[in-house]
Design a protein around this ligand. Structure first.
Ligand code: NAD
Ligand code: IPM
Ligand code: MN
Length: 364
């Protein structure tokens, strides 16, 4: 088996966590005889510095041709003065849109060993196992018209939340199917008491429910759900939300897990190709110190193996290895530990190989 993976390390801690993820990917792929070709390309601030644009054409073309893309993070103080399409983040948004990866899966599990690392009480967080399905290529991030006109007190800035019924339907179907494969509960998030887009969202999602009779669908307003997410998170299974609501709710959900650095994501479209990234940003204050938490990226590699390379066995080996390592206190500073980024990756790779060996009887 062969796979072409494009790697976009990006800025800040991006290169460090991506290196960690890649070393785990290399270890399990070697063991499973998968030949992975890895091509590294610039994105974000580094691409702006070297090529004058956050998403160079070569980067985009390479991503389009790849089986999967692994991304670290983009952005940082050095580029914060830039505006509009010049920004690092605009490069990432364009990439998501060009790859048409409209469904962003953000799983959140609370590891029993970390239940006391959250600022929330452990009796509240224990047992949490949910997935946020975030719409990723529409809504306020892309809607037109947008921009700024005028000057002084007359200056106006405008963003538009725009969704078509088809855009809502395709991401909702991903969420319904995911719920079918889990505990059969889907919460659709909106602000239908105020927003037109949310009213359409609710109607389209409701109309699909008859096709998924084994899924219990409920609708919740985003403001009250934001509260429920930290009050009774263990009761939540699958959540589907528009782009901006999903972005905000997923960082909130990171508090349950104990650190933003733990959470992975997979951005999927109509094909097997996917874009995989931890949900955190470039964490500029941690960059270059070798202490960033790589678990979110390593778990994103597991999602890459599952969704793009169809190797559930290898994904499970990595996820089990992460479980064991966390139990054994292999933790970075954000979780109160003293292990460095690379040492976490080494420990996970070792444990994943042990797991594969135990299962197959092979000698690695
Ligand atoms: P951030 O996610 O970088 O950091 C938020 C907090 O979480 C900080 O305290 C940080 O130290 C901590 N943190 C994040 N990742 C961590 C890790 N792996 N290990 C340990 N701690 C970690 O968010 P921010 O500070 O708001 O944004 C910084 C820059 O990153 C901005 O330019 C933003 O636009 C960008 N950003 C990029 C992405 C992406 O590329 N996907 C995502 C979010 C933010
Ligand atoms: C994320 C980030 C991005 C987003 C930014 C960097 C554009 O916050 O992936 O969650 O808002 O989608
Ligand atoms: Mn975000």
């Amino acid at each position: 088996m062969k796979a072409d993976v494009v790697v976009l390390p990006g800025d800040g801690v991006g290169p460090e966590v991506v290196n960690a993820g890649l070393s785990v990917l290399a270890a399990v792929c070697d063991a499973a005889d998968i030949r992975v070709s890895v091509e590294v390309h610039p994105i974000g601030g580094r691409a702006i510095d070297d090529f004058g644009t956050p998403l160079p054409d070569e980067t985009l073309e390479a991503c389009k041709a790849a089986d999967a893309v692994l991304l670290g993070a983009v952005g940082g103080p050095a580029w914060d003065h830039l505006r509009g399409e010049q920004r690092c983040e605009a490069g990432l948004l364009r990439l998501r849109r060009e790859l048409d990866v409209f469904a962003n899966l953000r799983p959140v599990k609370v590891h029993p060993h970390l239940a006391d690392r959250s600022t929330l009480r452990s009796d509240v967080t224990t047992g949490t196992d949910l997935v946020i399905v975030r719409e990723l290529t529409g809504g306020a991030y892309f809607g037109l018209p947008r921009g700024r006109t005028g000057t002084g007190p007359d200056e106006i800035a405008r963003d538009s939340i725009v969704y078509s019924a088809a855009e809502i339907e395709r991401v909702a179907r991903v969420a319904f199917k995911l719920a079918q494969s889990r505990r059969g509960q889907l919460i659709s998030i909106d602000k239908a008491n105020v927003l037109f887009t949310s009213q359409l969202w609710r109607e389209v999602v409701s109309a699909l429910a008859v096709e998924y009779p084994d899924v219990a669908l409920t609708h919740e307003l985003v403001d009250s759900f934001a509260m429920r997410l930290v009050r009774e998170p263990a009761t939540v299974d699958v959540v589907v939300a528009e782009n901006l609501f999903g972005d905000i709710l997923s960082d909130e959900a990171a508090v349950l897990a104990g650190s933003l650095g733990l959470l992975p994501s997979a951005s999927l479209g109509a094909s097997d190709q996917g874009l995989y990234e931890p949900i955190h940003g470039s964490a500029p204050r941690l960059a270059g110190r070798g202490i960033a938490n790589p678990y979110g990226t390593i778990l994103s590699v597991a999602m890459l193996l599952r969704h793009s390379l169809h190797r559930d066995d290898l994904a499970l080996a990595i996820e089990s290895a992460v479980d064991v390592c966390i139990t054994e206190d292999v933790l970075t500073a954000d979780l109160g530990g003293t292990t460095g980024t690379d040492a976490v990756a080494d420990a996970v790779a070792r444990e994943a190989l042990r797991h594969l060996g135990a299962r197959t009887g092979a000698p690695w």
